[in-house]
Every structure is written in structure tokens, then in C-alpha cells.
Design a binder for this molecule. Structure first.
Ligand code: PDD
Length: 291
């Protein structure tokens, strides 16, 4: 049976619940993180905790418990669900209070939710071998996309548009430039062979996987520029890919139905995907969820 953690209680996931007056329900007044798991190891454990602390601080939310205690809860949820390959989801809301836009005064206890889900690793690897299609969608999100909140309606609409067009992901375009994707960061290897992704700003989520890929590319002396690219540049690119906790680095072979390069995962994408999986999951520093 799948078990979720909600405010100190481990309950069957299908029956775990929060109040109808939780501020996550009413206002999306909540932040979240997603960790990738392979062979029971957390990828980029520290990076996700650092971003969580930043998201909480930006929204002036108190940390619900010590980071050490939170780590224990994440591990316990993974252990109880016997997840080896998959995702761990953590959500923290400002808590439940009678509906009022302003923060509860006095403050209420935050709501914490943790779940763990299995993913079929072979299916993920097979998808990466083949590459995925994306479509472009107008980026209609608010101007603090750097905070990882559950206010994901625009992202959900974009992903649905991708789904309805037979694509895996939606690339978001603002002022003519690709910002990121609905649930991942967007990258190209441009026509000159330079690896490009949009710079850190309030318009993108500072992906933990993005940071790892930048570091791995620089370690390998690849030409890298944190500089936004246009759709035209993307269509003329040699390679394209996305990065996220769930996808790692995943080749994009078609954008709006047009082939990128030879419409197969390119050499730089392949190199970075392998390097990321090695560094994130096989490295000695990775913390084990089991044993
Ligand atoms: N999505 N951009 C957006 C809008 C995202 O939602 C995500 C992550 C990323 C990539 O960030 P990271 O590399 O830290 O996972 C970029 C998660 C996986 C999700 O919403 O499920």
C-alpha cells in the first residue's frame, strides 16, 4: 500500500488529506520540491534543500521542522513505500486558516505533505534513447517563476497543450525568447555548437539539474553560455534537451513538429545525460535512502 506523510501522520495515500481551508488549496500559498531517486539514492539532495530554504524565505514562511528531521521524513516515506527508482515529493503550505488573503495572524502551523512514487527506469531510459517532441506555448506565468510554488496553473495548461499536440513537454516563450518548459529547463546546442540555456532570473526556476549540467559541461570544457535563445535559434540548433529531477537530461528531437538536427539525441546531450546520471546517482557523495 502506498503511504503518504501529512503533518506527522503516515496514512494510506488514497486517504491522506488536508483541510479545505489549507492555504495551498485556497491560494496555492505553498512551496514544493521534487527529488529524483535511483537505486534508492537521492539526486542532488543538498541543492533541492537549498532551493526549498530560498522559496520559504522569499514567501516569508517558517521552516516547519529542522532540515535534519525533514530528511528523516523523506527517507521514511521512501522506505515505507519501497521506492528504489522514482520521485520524492515534498510540499509545505503556510497552513490552514479561515479564508483571508492576508497571512494568518497569529501564524498557524504549516502543512507538510511527503509522497514517494515509483517510476519505470527502463521506460525512462528508453524515452531518453529516442528523444521527445516539444511544442511552444506563450509563457503567461507570473513574474516570480524563481520561487517553486504550487501555483502551477499556467504550467498545467501548457503541459496539456503539449499533450493534445502529441508532445511530451511545452517550451514557454516570453518576449520572443524561450524561458524554460512547463516542468523542466530548456537547452540547445546552437548552430555554432555552443550550449545555451536562459540565465537565472525571476522568469525561470533555478533548476537543480540545470546547475549540475552547467557544472558538468564546464568541467568538460564545453562552450557554455547562460544566454536566452529565440525559437528561431532553437529551430536552427544542432541539439536540444530539457533537464529536471524527473527527466535528468532528456533529448528534444522535434520542436513544433520540426526536426532538430537529425531528430535523434545528439552527442552533447548524450554525454551530459550519462555524466549527470553518474554524478547524481553513482557518486560517492550521494546519500542512500536504504541501509
Ligand atoms: N519540475 N522549471 C520548472 C517550471 C519546473 O517545474 C522544474 C522542475 C524545473 C527543473 O528543476 P529541477 O532540475 O530542480 O527539477 C524547471 C519538477 C520536477 C516538477 O514540477 O515535478
Amino acid at each position: 500500500m502506498n503511504v503518504a506523510y501529512v503533518n506527522g501522520v503516515y496514512a494510506p495515500r488514497s486517504r491522506a488529506a488536508v483541510s479545505i481551508e489549507d492555504r495551498a488549496v485556497q491560494f496555492a500559498d505553498s512551496v514544493y520540491e521534487v527529488w529524483g531517486l535511483r537505486d534508492g539514492r537521492f539526486a542532488d539532495e543538498e541543492g533541492h534543500f537549498a532551493r526549498l530554504a530560498r522559496s520559504l524565505a522569499e514567501l516569508r514562511m517558517a521552516a516547519p521542522m529542522s532540515e535534519a528531521a525533514l530528511r528523516q521524513v523523506l527517507r521514511e516515506v521512501v522506505r515505507r513505500n519501497r521506492v528504489r527508482d522514482g520521485l520524492v515529493y515534498l510540499q509545505i503550505s503556510r497552513g490552514a486558516a479561515r479564508r483571508d488573503h492576508a497571512f494568518p495572524n497569529p501564524p498557524v502551523a504549516p502543512t507538510i505533505i511527503v509522497t514517494a512514487s515509483r517510476m519505470d527506469r527502463r521506460a525512462l531510459d528508453a524515452r531518453a534513447e529516442k528523444g521527445v517532441a516539444v511544442v511552444t506555448v506563450a509563457d503567461i506565468r507570473w513574474s516570480r517563476c524563481d520561487i517553486k510554488t504550487t501555483g502551477l496553473l499556467a504550467n498545467a495548461l501548457a503541459r496539456q497543450q503539449a499533450r493534445e499536440n502529441g508532445a511530451f513537454e511545452a517550451w514557454l516563450v516570453r518576449d520572443g525568447f524561450v524561458t524554460e518548459a512547463s516542468a523542466s529547463n530548456a537547452w540547445i546546442v546552437d548552430s555554432r555548437g555552443v550550449l545555451r540555456t536562459a540565465p537565472e532570473s525571476d522568469n525561470i526556476l533555478r533548476g537543480v539539474t540545470r546547475a549540475a549540467i552547467l557544472r558538468l559541461a564546464r568541467e568538460r570544457q564545453m562552450a557554455v553560455e547562460e544566454r536566452a535563445f529565440t525559437l528561431e535559434e532553437a529551430l536552427a540548433a544542432r541539439e536540444a534537451f530539457i533537464t529536471s529531477a524527473s527527466a535528468g537530461a532528456l533529448a528534444v528531437t522535434r520542436i513544433d513538429g520540426r526536426a532538430i538536427g537529425d531528430a535523434v539525441p545528439g552527442p552533447i546531450t548524450r554525454t551530459l545525460r550519462a555524466a549527470y546520471l553518474h554524478a547524481a546517482y553513482a557518486g560517492g557523495a550521494a546519500a542512500r535512502a536504504h541501509g
